[in-house]
Ligand binder design. Structure first.
Ligand code: M6R
Length: 588
């Protein structure tokens, strides 16, 4: 939530920060701003709206020191004065902040009592004013920032620029921040793609660390002030992977990338998989934890473990995990699933689990993420950067790895990998122009509908839930997923004449019953869209999906993602940046 970037080096700081902000926009896009130091002093430019819509880039002067912010509002409305960067009263200090200063009210009162003036309603503005106050009391800039951090409560990361010394500092406590090392230039950002066109040498900060940039980059422990060794790592992502290329939107690019990304997810180290499988077998209970789409994939995981390995596992939404904490102990294994590895609710669950002695395995896409560094074991889904807010290729990657892990738990890893590889090749073949045309035509037909329902049974029930999220977040149509058998217990009252209802009818033990459920809603006037290997008389429209056995669930996700995408475009929505949402939800 919120993207931050800082740069010190050559004289293109403004362009580099503005370009980086465009890359970070998926983290928040209600307003943006930049601060830079040119010959005349500290300059600030802020705007409400998306940075992509701003036309005045060329008019901005260049500098060699700058920081920027793209906002997803928490404290204070979406206004120019609430947009970051925020300045100290003496205009020496500029701050771009991601996260929440939970004790900002107390800090605000204290600063006001000391004579400081606030120009925004944000929690962030306390930071530059505290730094100014510590500087006045005699601290040098790095010490003033460190002392400020020690007063802040909550999860945050921020970048702070000092116009007097020309230094840049990044501080991290719970929200992502990394540094990039170029040739005579340094970067700070919320994520790697923000500076990937310039360097792939990355320093991952841990919580309670501070990085100081002047002529070199130095790392410090926030509490003790002790200097720490800097250990850069080379990242394998390429800049092209993080760009739209020939596609109109990231979402479409990422949906189509599933032709290869599912097979990349299957490239896992056997030893690691078997080690984790052993942990699952030995644990008294295994709990899969995730939020949103990742949560739905966790729920699907419980069906996969039951079906493939005959093993019961549990699912808990990240934000609800604290309510079950008393039942978590050293004999519990927690599997945290997250694309970003930065979701606050999942991170909190992970931290509770660790405190209670549980082992934690993370299933992630972003290398070096907080979850990765806080887990005992990791599996990466290798999907490459996912930039669209709606998760697509990460979801299918998560499902593929969970299936592989279930096979490993059943002691049938080789068989499972082969089956999943065949499935991924078949999926790639069906993700073609004809498929896109069919989904586009369907989107055209139902684009004016207000409600849409999706039903599935067994493993297809979590897929129905995930389908609903996808449709909601980008098309803004009210979509809901149900277990097929649940309709008659209430939701069937929602069905009206021509209400679209997507039926997930794979060739498995759920097929006959879900077709009966389809008949029940059709009798009440619903328009039935069958996602199934074969046509059936109950379908008003048949969308073919390949019969891939257990992997049919993966194949069902893709057409719904495409439908959601085309609906978004036809309804005039931006599928990459849906309203009210941000890609990484780093607040609770
Ligand atoms: O990065 P994570 O996988 O932890 O994110 C979890 C959810 O915020 C995420 O899946 C969200 O639901 C997506 N926008 C759904 O498409």
């Amino acid at each position: 939530m919120c993207g931050i970037i800082g740069y010190k080096g050559g004289d293109q700081a403004v362009s580099i920060v503005l370009e980086g902000l465009k890359t970070l926009e998926y983290r928040g896009y209600d307003s943006w701003g930049i601060a830079f130091l040119d010959g005349t002093g500290l300059q600030v430019k802020k705007n409400v709206g998306k940075i992509g819509n701003f036309k005045g880039f060329k008019a901005l002067p260049e500098a060699n020191l700058a920081l920027g912010h793209t906002r997803w509002a928490t404290h204070g409305g979406v206004t120019q004065s609430n947009a970051h960067p925020h300045l100290s009263n003496n205009k020496r200090i500029a701050v771009a902040h991601n996260g929440i200063v939970e004790n900002y009210q107390a800090l605000r009162k204290r600063l006001q009592a000391a004579g400081y003036t606030f120009h925004s309603q944000t929690d962030t503005e306390t930071i530059p004013l505290l730094v100014e106050d510590f500087l006045k009391k005699g601290d040098d800039f790095p010490t003033a920032v460190r002392h400020t951090c020690l007063l802040l409560e909550g999860r945050y990361s921020f970048i702070v620029l000092d116009a007097d010394s020309g230094q840049l500092i990044g501080a991290r406590n719970g929200s992502p921040l990394l540094a990039g090392l170029g040739k005579d230039e340094f970067f700070l950002a919320s994520d790697i793609p923000a500076f990937l066109p310039h360097t792939n040498q990355v320093v991952f900060l841990d919580d309670q660390q501070l990085v100081l940039i002047d002529s070199a980059l130095r790392l410090f422990d926030l509490r003790s002030g002790k200097q720490l060794p800097v250990k850069p790592q080379k990242i394998s992502w390429t800049p092209e992977q993080a760009e739209k290329g020939k596609f109109p939107h990231f979402m479409l690019k990422e949906i189509l990338e599933q032709r290869e990304s599912v097979s990349r997810a299957l490239v896992q180290d056997d030893e690691q998989l078997e080690k984790i499988a052993q942990l699952i077998t030995r644990a008294k209970q295994t709990v899969l934890v995730g939020c949103g789409t990742a949560g739905k994939m966790c729920l699907a995981g419980t069906y996969l473990f039951a079906k493939i390995a005959g093993r019961q596992t549990h699912f808990c939404v990240g934000s609800e995990f604290p309510n079950f904490a008393p039942f978590v102990g050293p004999d519990t294994l927690v599997i945290a699933v997250s694309q970003s590895g930065e979701t606050a609710d999942t991170l909190e669950a992970l931290s509770i689990a660790k405190k209670r002695g549980a082992k934690v395995v993370s299933l992630l896409n972003v290398y070096g993420s907080t979850m990765m560094r806080q887990s005992d074991y990791n599996l990466l889904i290798n999907a490459g950067p996912e930039k669209a807010v709606a998760s697509t290729k990460a979801a299918t990657g998560q499902l593929a790895v969970l299936a592989l892990l279930a096979y490993a738990t059943a002691g049938r890893l080789a068989e499972g990998r082969k089956a999943l590889q065949i499935a991924s090749a078949a999926l790639a073949r069906t993700l073609d122009d004809a498929q896109c045309k069919r989904l586009k035509a369907l989107a055209q037909k139902i684009k004016a509908k207000e409600n849409l329902y999706i039903i599935g049974r067994g493993l297809h029930y979590p897929i129905a839930l995930e389908s609903a999220i996808k449709l909601q977040e980008v098309s803004y149509i009210h979509a809901e997923g149900f277990a097929g058998g649940e309709l008659k217990h209430g939701p069937i009252a929602l069905i009206e004449k021509r209400t679209p209802c997507i039926v997930l009818a794979a060739c498995d033990e759920t097929q006959a019953e879900v077709l009966s459920n389809a008949m029940e809603v059709k009798s009440r006037g619903a328009y039935i869209i069958g996602l199934a290997p074969q046509d059936n008389e109950v379908f008003d429209l048949h969308l073919p999906v390949p019969d891939l056995g257990i992997a049919s669930a993966i194949a069902e996700l893709v057409p719904v993602q495409l439908l959601a995408y085309y609906l978004a475009v036809l309804r005039g929505n931006d599928p990459d940046k849906p309203r009210n949402l941000a890609k990484s939800v780093t607040v609770k």
